[in-house]
Design a binder for this molecule. Structure first.
Ligand SMILES: Nc1nc2c(ncn2[C@@H]2O[C@H](COP(=O)(O)OP(=O)(O)O)[C@@H](O)[C@H]2O)c(=O)[nH]1
Ligand SMILES: [Mg+2]
Length: 241
């Protein structure tokens, strides 16, 4: 029966395609204000289980390099595999610092690696203290830089060429430390898909609209990097955009 053989063949090819897709490395850039949990997230993706609490000595810093143009030496990007509901992806990311002096290093990282997926990690500090704008500053910087196609200092020749047209394929906004701010009532809403309803996201809406205008799809979700809750699921779902 030729018909069924074709189906078997097609199925085989489909399997191969599916398999190989999981090995295509996706460049992911993880940015956000200091102490939002980027290093914890990086470790969560490389190991499994609860990550120890990180203190001041664990803050991420980069040494200065560059003879003529001052820039920071960025840590090596590492590859991680993430899995969720039968889907598997290989992502490549590196753990950058969140302090303001590193903001332009985020851009440099994004452009040099041609990052397709930008992950912005925020936490609930603006809910605790309404005067704190660390999270808004971080997202605002990125949105502004993407909108203006800001060229960071210290780009390679290739990077400078790419910077003229660079735009990420998607942005995932992750509200971390859900173990601290998520209530049982909100958990129900989150489960039903109404994640965006939580006031933690209110301060970001204007910036998110700007991204929509730039045709960069945005997905928002809640995670707990420290306890590994919803981390891989949120990333994999973000890739659906
Ligand atoms: N409660 C809670 N604390 C977290 C979570 N993720 C990170 N933290 C804590 O937040 C602080 C900053 O984390 P770190 O990963 O160093 O942030 P980074 O500066 O963005 O790299 C540390 O004390 C972490 O233990 C989380 O999911 N829940
Ligand atoms: Mg860090």
């Amino acid at each position: 029966m030729a018909g069924s053989a074709e189906i078997v063949m097609a199925h085989g090819i489909w399997q191969v395609l599916l398999r190989s897709k999981t090995f295509v490395p996706n460049h992911v850039g993880v940015y956000g204000a200091s102490e939002t949990g980027k290093t914890t997230l990086d470790r969560q993706l490389t190991t499994v289980g609860e990550i120890k609490e990180l203190g001041e000595e664990d803050r991420t810093h980069h040494p200065k390099t560059g003879l003529f143009v001052e820039k920071y030496r960025l840590p090596k990007a590492t590859s991680k595999r993430i899995k969720s509901t039968g889907l598997e992806k290989t992502i490549i990311s590196r753990d950058l610092g969140g302090h303001i002096e590193y903001h332009s290093s985020w851009l440099r990282d994004m452009i040099e690696r041609n990052v397709g997926t930008v992950v912005v990690v925020v936490d609930h500090r603006h809910l605790i203290d309404s005067k704190n704008v660390d999270n808004q500053t971080a997202l605002g910087y990125l949105v502004n830089a993407l909108g203006r196609r800001t060229k960071p200092k210290g780009l390679s020749l290739r990077g400078r060429w790419r910077a003229r047209k660079y735009s990420p394929k998607r942005l995932i906004l992750l509200a971390n430390k859900a173990d601290e701010w998520m209530t049982p009532e909100y958990y129900v809403e989150w489960e039903q898909g109404f994640v965006a309803r939580h006031p933690i996201f209110d301060v970001f809406r204007e910036e998110l609209y700007k991204l929509h205008e730039m045709h960069i799809p945005v997905r928002i979700d809640a995670i707990s990097a420290r306890y590994g809750w919803n981390v891989e699921d949120a990333l994999i779902r973000g890739f659906e955009l």
